[in-house]
Design a protein around this ligand. Structure first.
Ligand code: SF4
Length: 64
């Protein structure tokens, strides 16, 4: 399957290291990173060259 809207940061996005389960990692990848990265609040921050908190989720909430 080809994902036309794959996020350019997917290979090195630090958020994934803080997710506890393979299920949650896979879910975020499918919902945001591979299909609709424009919905992710992390990406525009990174595009601007600003620091993104590692634990910030694509919806802007923070991992505990
Ligand atoms: S979480 Fe956001 S910034 Fe990180 S790879 Fe996925 S879409 Fe890109």
């Amino acid at each position: 399957m080809i994902f036309k809207k794959k996020c350019p940061y997917i290979e090195k996005c630090p958020m994934f290291a803080y997710l506890e389960s393979d299920f949650s990692r896979a879910s975020y990848r499918i919902i945001y990173c591979l299909r609709d990265f424009e919905r992710c609040v992390r990406k525009p921050i990174r595009d601007r060259g600003e620091t993104v908190p590692d634990k910030m989720l694509p919806d802007g909430s923070m991992i505990d």
